[in-house]
Design a protein around this ligand. Structure first.
Ligand SMILES: Nc1nc2c(c(=O)[nH]1)N[C@H]1C(S)=C(S)[C@@H](COP(=O)(O)O)O[C@H]1N2
Ligand SMILES: [Mo]
Length: 322
């Protein structure tokens, strides 16, 4: 893992947005247009991100964390998703997330802190320097991707609300808006809404915990959790909760969606761990969806390779606290 201290950050480390586009994506875009011409109205126009947001993401000049692993294609990251609010199929989010308009957006921050408040996305984002971080994302289903996110460190935002010492955990909540999120209307959904997640305070304050507002140099597509989502690269993907509307400092371990759905399969910690299998499949390997859409079977690394987080779990039995 290549990590730069904030003081080592240099300008223009970031890949220009255009170079993310490759031949495959350009061809797909052309194909999509042709098809849209044949089937009028089949493709909803995605709600456009506001100008200030697109500018902020595009003008991100610093890359603070990177990896030797090759990037997953943007076309794959935006078409193969888990976002149950739009359906349980991998292609449902790309199909239906355009029915959701994330703008304007506010986040309510409260609980055990001295400066609770409601932030609108614009003031949250404009006050801060954004950075690009290239992280591996390892889904509990044993596939993985490598994604260039743009956003801010979670801890720097949380500090602003002055959490009290009694705050031991941070709880997150996704938007509940069934009119625009068709999966939330489903009567036989395996999970309940709103989607909730949580981190222990020290995990949330770890410098790798990130809030993304963009990827591949552009604002987040809806299917990837627009306009703001968590990214915790050493944990299984479901901890990286999308489209966050609420953050709360709490004393007790907060309930989390997948743990509520099946406690024996999905623990609160859910650190990537090749030595602790899911009850129904092995976690020793993963299918890496890599450059050019190539899928490679590779061994899974402890903490998804982010071993610097190990000190957070010293003395803990990671089989028990899986
Ligand atoms: N609100 C919400 N957040 C969510 C999910 C979801 O269904 N709803 N799926 C999770 C899972 S299982 C994964 S693997 C990642 C996928 O993120 P991506 O689609 O941006 O790759 O989002 C996570 N965040
Ligand atoms: Mo996942």
């Amino acid at each position: 893992m290549l990590i730069k201290r904030p003081t080592d950050l240099t300008e223009n480390d970031v890949t220009p947005r255009q170079s993310y586009l490759n031949r495959r994506q350009i061809m797909q875009a052309a194909g999509g247009l042709a098809l849209a011409g044949l089937v009028p109205g089949a493709f909803a126009t995605p709600p456009a991100a506001p100008h200030w947001l697109a500018q902020k993401v595009e003008n991100t000049l610093f890359r603070s964390v990177s990896t030797e692993d090759g990037l997953t294609e943007k076309a794959d990251v935006t078409s193969y998703n888990n976002f149950y609010e739009f359906g349980t199929g991998k292609d449902d989010p790309a199909k239906y997330a355009d029915e959701f308009n994330p703008y304007p957006w506010q986040i309510e921050v409260g609980g055990l802190c001295d400066k609770p408040g409601t932030l609108d996305l614009e003031s949250l984002v404009s006050a801060r320097q954004t950075e690009e971080r290239i992280y591996r994302l390892r889904c509990v289903e044993a596939w993985s991707m490598v994604i260039p996110w743009v956003g801010i460190e979670l801890g720097t935002l949380l500090k602003q609300f002055e959490p009290r010492s009694s705050a031991k955990y941070v709880a997150f909540q996704t938007l509940f808006r069934p009119e625009e999120m068709r999966g939330q209307k489903s009567r036989f959904s395996f999970i309940d809404y709103p989607y909730v997640e949580g981190l222990r305070m020290d995990e949330a304050m770890h410098r790798l915990s990130f809030l993304a507002i963009g990827m591949y140099g552009e604002p987040l597509p809806n299917q990837n959790g627009a306009p703001i989502r968590l990214v915790v690269p050493w944990k299984y993907g479901f901890k990286s909760i999308k489209s966050i509307v609420k953050i709360e400092f709490v004393e007790e371990e907060p309930p989390t969606t997948w743990n509520l759905a099946s406690a024996r399969e999905y623990g609160f910690y859910s650190n990537v761990n090749p030595n602790v299998d899911h009850p129904r499949w092995s976690q020793a390997n993963e299918r890496r969806i890599g450059p050019n859409g190539n899928i490679e079977r590779i061994p899974t690394a402890m903490f998804n390779g982010y071993t610097e987080v190990a000190s957070l779990y010293e003395g803990m039995d990671l089989r028990k606290f899986f």
